[in-house]
Design a protein around this ligand. Structure first.
Ligand code: C5P
Length: 408
């Protein structure tokens, strides 16, 4: 993506070169712009070196050969990220001024605007600033931060107003620019394996990484949904902005899903639920006596089948692994579990096994219609499933929500 990173006059402007570098590392094309006050904190040279191109500042803007640089830059850019953004910069943009390069870029029509504010808490919470934030959100601008933390001015201590760190801003920028077509919807996702304990230290499980479910949860969050992720044990960190419930057994997963399911618009059940649990788990560690051991197992609850009995408005998507006769078996599961779609994959094929970053699935409906999708990243598959699920949902009452979000 082509991004202009614009610094305004706050001490956090010393972090803007690092932000530029992070964005370049993430594969973006960047340019840097700065107000006069920003250049009191950070040099033009360090911005130019980090961006790899000349900086748009007042001097360049008003140079005889400058021309209408704000128009030219606004046409080039896909997004403008203002970091740090001062209260003054917010005020200028909210009132439609064009007295510095940044407000001029905004009026010149840069397609997407993201603000990363940095200021003292009293200023950030002042009604005048908050009113400007509301106005800018009404224009479709997005906000990343500010966060709670140590503030720059001496003696200020902790408060809300700290700019997000460059690596966090770079990581969250794509989400801030995503369409908010799931705003106002609730998405429930299950992920990872379950563990069925035989005794306190031994369990039955499988190698599910949870990556598919986490990708669905993150994609839905980025598109504006309110997301609950019920996760079995995984090595993955809780995604920010998602309500995460950690569970171990199939029984616990069912219990955790029940209440959010009642209110969900979409359930995506990616969890690799263990099929068997011990008939009578032992309360104490069992000694390894003898050469053989007989375990009595009973079936775990079928979570989807149980929830299907309570299904009302929810669109339900499941996953199935088969080694042969996949489509008829998956269609049968879709019917039994009342799923709109089931993603069928063949774990024995290369690239489709547990734990990878990609997935190759065939979408199967209860009627047996099958659509083989190419191999793609789990995130891309997550986006595609959200696109398909959206078509199956009734429109949100009152129309689609405004494409604005506030992320800290
Ligand atoms: O029948 P099978 O286990 O192949 O079905 C797979 C789908 O059913 C997956 O979406 C999985 O999360 C779900 N499932 C479940 N409860 C189980 C086993 C699987 O909800 N006990």
């Amino acid at each position: 993506m082509r991004v202009i990173v614009a610094a305004t006059g706050g001490v956090a402007a010393i972090k803007t070169p690092a932000l530029l570098r992070r964005l370049v590392e993430a594969g973006h094309e960047v340019r840097a712009a700065a107000t006069d006050d920003a250049l009191k904190f950070v040099t033009k040279l360090s911005l130019a070196v980090a961006a790899g191109s000349p900086v748009l500042d007042r001097e360049a803007w008003f140079a005889p050969e400058g021309g209408a640089l704000h128009i030219e830059w606004a046409r080039w850019a896909e997004a403008l990220l203002i970091a740090p953004a001062t209260a003054d910069a917010l005020g200028s943009a909210a009132t439609g001024r064009a007295d510095d390069v940044i407000s001029a870029l905004i009026l010149a029509g840069v397609p997407q605007v993201v603000w990363a504010p940095a200021m003292n808490s009293a200023m950030w919470t002042h009604p005048a600033v908050q009113r400007n934030v509301v106005t800018l959100k009404g224009f479709g601008h997005r906000f990343l931060g500010p966060e709670h933390g140590t503030l720059a001015a001496q003696g200020e201590g902790q408060g809300v107003g700290r700019m997000l760190e460059p690596e966090v801003l770079a990581a969250r920028l794509p989400a801030a620019l995503a369409p908010q077509d799931w705003a106002g919807r609730r998405v429930l996702v299950s992920a990872g394996p379950t563990r069925e304990y035989l005794d306190p230290v031994r369990f039955l499980s499988n190698p599910s990484s949870g990556k598919m479910g986490y990708a669905v949860a993150e994609a839905a969050r980025d598109r504006g949904a309110s997301v609950t992720l019920v996760s079995g044990p995984t090595a993955l960190a809780d995604p920010h902005g998602v309500s995460v419930i950690r569970v171990e057994s199939a029984q616990e997963m069912l219990a955790a899903l029940r209440q959010p399911f009642a209110e969900a618009d979409l359930l995506v059940m990616t969890a690799a639920v263990a099929d068997w649990q011990a008939a009578q788990p032992e309360a104490t560690k069992q000694a390894k006596l003898g050469k053989t051991q007989v375990l009595q197992l009973i079936r775990t609850p079928d979570i989807l089948e149980t929830l299907a009995a309570e299904k009302r408005q929810q669109v339900m998507i499941g996953f199935a692994m088969e080694t042969h006769e996949g489509v008829p078996k998956a269609a049968d599961k879709a019917r039994r579990k009342r799923l709109e779609l089931i993603c069928l994959n063949y774990p024995t094929r290369s690239g489709s096994a547990f734990g990878g970053d990609d997935n190759e699935v065939t979408l199967v409906t209860a009627a047996g219609a099958a659509e083989a999708l190419p191999r793609m990243s789990k995130r891309a598959l997550a986006e595609l499933l959200l696109d398909r699920a959206k078509e199956l949902l009734p429109p949100i009452a009152g129309g689609a929500a405004q494409g604005v979000s506030f992320t800290t």
